[in-house]
Design a binder for this molecule. Structure first.
Ligand SMILES: Nc1ncnc2c1ncn2[C@@H]1O[C@H](COP(=O)(O)OP(=O)(O)OP(=O)(O)O)[C@@H](O)[C@H]1O
Ligand SMILES: [Mg+2]
Length: 425
């Protein structure tokens, strides 16, 4: 069928009755569909009198619909752009937030988690989404007894945990219900704040305060005890020189001298600890300090000492204080070995510092003791064998040199103490 267009008018030539009938059907179909579309668009449908060929063409409803579609499409495009923008904002906030965020479904499966959460708890695990949160975040294969996500799902309210330890880090956790538009809880949003550094800083501060208080107390007691102890030792030694005492009396006096000396050592330790001597800095070879400390310690023949002392530069340090640090740590290692085993001492440059590590093949330190070994008076040694001051003195001295001291230990796997001293002070 041929059509011609004059302005807005299209004339449809009638060639036969059959063609006329077909035209009528076609026109009716077009009218119906046009009305349907007009209704969808919110425009009034064509009235019957407008449904004749001429007015239909004059009104140009298809043109109106096309225009409306164009507008709707524009609007949709703009809405899409706005949605994409909002999505990008949300994603950026989600990924750059300084807290770990996870969205978890009712079966405790992770729907989504942000970069911080991955960095904190799931290093090296791919395809986290879909896995159970307790497997990925807690490293266990069934839900834990205390789980804020479960509590939130059951109680339908937010839950706050002040301190949770996961994979060696300390977290504050808040879980909140995730609801759909109908208000039904479909899962949980879990936010984890890493408190590890803050907690360490608090502990260090508490430790420093404790040390200062203990130091003062120790100084006072040490002075008070030192004098009577000196008298006991002096008189016992005098008596030992007396020719008239019997052999049995002599043996007893030797025990008095021995015990008084032991007491004297403890007092010396207490005084050293409390005196907080200011270091006298000079150019020092830490390797030499290690050698001197080793020389000052007698060790059993069956203890093997392996030295890997590197080519390290001098540091500005107090040599006597550094020797004391190595002495205390080596003494602990020798005591831990109880006569047999190996000690490896290594020194090397790491960045702008020197690291001296002392590793022994002893029994290791139980996990529950690890956080306490630097506390003054913490000892696991029998009465008379240790005051528990060795490591707290080391820690204080190393700190005064701007350095730090670390321990790594595993039951049955030995212990390594690392002392880090900055080179350029
Ligand atoms: N190398 C080690 N292997 C195993 N345990 C260790 C080691 N070094 C330290 N410890 C543990 O740490 C505790 C504290 O050590 P620290 O040197 O402060 O005190 P001490 O050795 O008990 O007494 P002191 O040093 O005052 O004579 C020890 O009692 C011991 O339990
Ligand atoms: Mg010790």
């Amino acid at each position: 069928m041929k059509t011609r267009r004059h302005d807005n008018h299209i004339s449809i030539p009638v060639e036969s009755e059959d063609a006329e009938r077909k035209n009528a059907i076609l026109l009716q179909y077009i009218k119906e569909k046009v009305n349907q579309l007009l209704q969808i668009m919110g425009t009034k449908p064509l009235r019957d009198e407008e449904l004749n060929d001429e007015s239909l063409i004059a009104i140009d409803p298809i043109g109106i619909i096309a225009e409306s579609f164009e507008q709707v499409l524009e609007h949709l495009k703009e809405s899409n752009r706005q949605l994409q923008l909002a999505r990008d904002y949300l994603q950026a906030v989600f990924d750059t937030a300084g807290v770990g965020i996870s969205i978890i479904d009712r079966d405790l499966r992770i729907i989504k988690c942000n970069e911080k959460q991955k960095e904190l708890l799931v290093a090296g695990v791919s395809h986290i989404e879909g896995k159970h949160c307790y497997e990925v975040y807690c490293g266990i294969d069934s839900p834990p007894l205390i789980c804020p996500a479960i509590e939130t799902l059951e109680m339908e309210r937010p839950v706050f945990l002040k301190e949770v330890t996961k994979k060696g880090r300390v977290f504050q956790i808040v879980t909140s219900p995730l609801r759909d538009s109908a208000g039904t809880i479909t899962g949980v949003i879990e936010v984890s704040l890493d408190m590890t550094e803050k907690k360490r800083a608090e502990e260090a501060m508490c430790q420093a305060e404790k040390l200062a208080a203990v130091g003062q107390l120790a100084a006072g007691i040490a002075h008070e005890i030192n004098n009577p102890l000196g008298n006991i030792l002096g008189y016992a030694k005098l008596l030992l020189m007396d020719q008239s005492i019997t052999e049995a009396q002599g043996e007893k006096l030797k025990v008095i001298v021995e015990q008084a000396n032991k007491g004297g050592q403890i007092i010396k330790g207490l005084l050293e600890f409390s005196r907080q001597k200011v270091p006298v800095f000079e150019k020092v070879s830490l390797n030499e300090c290690v050698e001197n400390a080793l020389r000052s310690l007698g060790k059993g023949n069956s203890i093997r000492v392996v030295k890997r002392l590197g080519d390290i530069p001098y540091v500005m340090a107090d040599p006597r204080q550094m020797e004391q640090v190595f002495h205390n740590i080596l003494l602990n290692a020798i005591q831990a070995l109880e006569g047999s085993g190996a000690i490896e001492i290594e020194s090397k440059v790491i960045g702008g510092s020197i690291e001296v590590s002392v590793r022994d093949s002893g029994p290791g330190i139980p996990r529950e003791h690890l956080s306490r070994i630097f506390e003054p008076f913490f000892t696991t040694k029998p009465v008379g064998n240790g005051t528990g001051l060795g490591l707290s003195i080391c820690s204080e001295l190393v700190k005064k040199h701007g350095g730090s001291i670390f321990v790594e230990s595993e039951i049955g796997g030995g212990t390594t103490f690392s002392i880090i001293i900055p080179i350029g002070r």
